[in-house]
Write a protein that binds this ligand. Structure first.
Ligand SMILES: NC(=O)C1=CN([C@@H]2O[C@H](COP(=O)(O)OP(=O)(O)OC[C@H]3O[C@@H](n4cnc5c(N)ncnc54)[C@H](OP(=O)(O)O)[C@@H]3O)[C@@H](O)[C@H]2O)C=CC1
Ligand SMILES: O=C(O)CCC(=O)C(=O)O
Length: 450
């Protein structure tokens, strides 16, 4: 059998089956093509149709979410949970509330999550969920009513040993509180069915920081292979949310300087860098006041708002951290980064670089880490939160952070070793896909035709 043709056919079938699910096609194509040498060496995977089974979610739940705004007007949104793969543990993955959320988007995210969770070494399967609800411009009371309605259906499909959601875009501490409160009311149980909980009621220290910190730890591990580090280096990020803000914090800890960050609405260039004092202001602005980042440029006179159409990737840097959303960094951005001397890209978001941008980085031979490896710190500490909930203990900050660093180094080393084993030295995309796939595939084979 010609393995390349076989894989092309699998990808073509995915496209034909659900033609509108573009990000899902993109995620499947990337993984499938990097598995060519693995399938060549392991005919059992082909015989057992492991890849074909892995691209079909185990279960897909959609439901109606009716809610009332503050004026009493009724609205209806769609709730979705994709329970993608439970071969190595309960389904695990975040909830996203954003107007563009669709089944296809959540399938892409749930598929990626399966590989990411396998890489963490913790016993977690893959899942993802969310709604086309827009949290922007809603009052706390409206968000609460929406979350309560959403959970009134979702609660019957989740549980500490079944499916454990967490946050993602648009779902932060406030939303998790409202969702968990309703879950508890309906089940009459206080269990670890959610992660990212507040530290006073079952959360883990370092979970809020974990994705941003982890992405920077991953970059640190990549740079160490070249005898380099982030010390005194200029960095840029996109996104000024949970992942982006804590990525800035860790870059500061390591002696780097972040000179640009952005939201979907605006990008800021601060050539002096976002030091700890400015970062505290930014945290309060984003997490507490829910204000626009343009306020930052009003407060700090040397910072400027970039002209419309300009992105943080236009600012020269040594390392770039895309921490916003899928396909936010295209090939033009990649070429600009390379032209300006960028040597390291570590993805905090899920699939933020387009395939053409990734090819440009690979061709240039710079250090490039895909999200499913580099942003796995968040779900890793979620796994540690589940462990703490199971034994009803809280671990100290130093212990959780030490575990996080250990896990990120292990993911780095595992991806690097898998890439080298299959003749793709230094290719973290192939390495992460191969290592994640082999772990899940082995579990699926051992569990019979599931
Ligand atoms: N939270 C976590 O633990 C994890 C998150 N991720 C991924 O990281 C990314 C960010 O998540 P998180 O920080 O939690 O989300 P938040 O909602 O906290 O923040 C997202 C930030 O990205 C900006 N943004 C969103 N969409 C776009 C876009 N299309 N172009 C430019 N900027 C955009 C938002 O701007 P605005 O406010 O204007 O919308 C906001 O500043 C997502 O891809 C998520 O899937 C991955 C692993 C774990
Ligand atoms: O912490 C989690 O369970 C999920 C985090 C997440 O959604 C992600 O890794 O993309």
């Amino acid at each position: 059998m010609n393995i390349k043709n076989h894989i092309d056919q699998i990808v073509a079938n995915v496209v034909a089956k659900d033609p509108d699910q573009l990000t899902f096609h993109q995620a499947v194509a990337e993984v499938a093509h990097s598995l060519t040498p693995v399938l060549e060496r392991n005919p059992e995977y082909i015989k057992q149709k492991i890849l074909e089974r892995m691209i079909e979610p185990e279960r897909l739940i959609t439901f109606r979410v009716p809610w009332q705004d503050d004026k009493g007007e009724v609205h209806v949104n769609r709730g979705i949970r994709v329970q993608f793969n439970s071969a190595i543990g309960p389904y695990k993955g975040g909830l996203r509330f954003r107007p563009n959320v669709s089944v296809g988007m959540l399938k892409f995210l749930g598929f990626e999550q399966t590989f990411k969770n396998a890489l963490t070494t913790l016993p977690m399967g893959g899942g993802k969920g969310g709604s086309d609800f827009d949290v922007k411009g809603k009052s706390d009371a409206e968000v609460m009513r929406f979350c309560q309605s959403f959970m009134t259906e979702l609660f019957r499909h989740i549980g500490p040993n079944t499916d454990v959601p967490a946050g993602d875009l648009g779902v932060g501490a406030r939303e998790i509180g409202y969702l968990y409160g309703q879950y508890k009311r309906l089940t009459n149980e206080f269990t670890g069915t959610f992660t990212g909980k507040s530290i006073t009621w079952g959360g883990s220290l370092v979970r809020p920081e974990a994705t941003g910190y982890g992405t920077v730890y991953f970059a640190q591990n990549m740079l160490a292979t070249k005898g380099d580090s982030l010390k005194s280096k200029t960095c840029v990020i996109s996104g000024a949310g949970n992942v982006g803000i804590y990525a800035i914090e860790k870059i500061n800890h390591l002696g780097g300087k972040v000179v640009a960050f952005a939201t979907a609405e605006a990008a800021i260039h601060d050539k002096d860098g976002v030091d700890d004092e400015k970062l505290n202001y930014l945290k309060d602005l984003v997490f507490v006041k829910r204000g626009a980042i343009t306020e930052y440029a009003k407060k700090y006179s040397k910072a400027v708002v970039l002209p419309s159409g300009k992105k943080t990737w236009d600012i020269p840097c040594f390392a770039a951290f895309p921490t916003a959303a899928e396909n936010e960094l295209d090939v033009t951005d990649a070429k600009t980064l390379l032209k300006n001397g960028c040597e390291c890209v570590s993805e905090g978001a899920n699939m933020p670089c387009t395939p053409e941008a990734v090819s440009a980085f690979e061709k240039a031979g710079i250090l490039y880490a895909p999200g499913k490896a580099a942003n796995a710190g968040g779900v890793s500490v979620s796994g540690l939160e589940m462990s703490q909930n199971s034994v009803r203990l809280y671990w100290p900050r130093e212990q959780v952070d030490a575990e996080l660093q250990k896990i990120m180094k292990n993911i780095h080393d595992t991806a690097l070793a898998a890439a080298a084993e299959y003749g793709m030295k230094g290719n973290y995309v192939a390495g992460a896909n191969i290592a994640g796939f082999k772990k899940v595939a082995t579990a699926m084979i051992e569990q019979g035709l599931v």
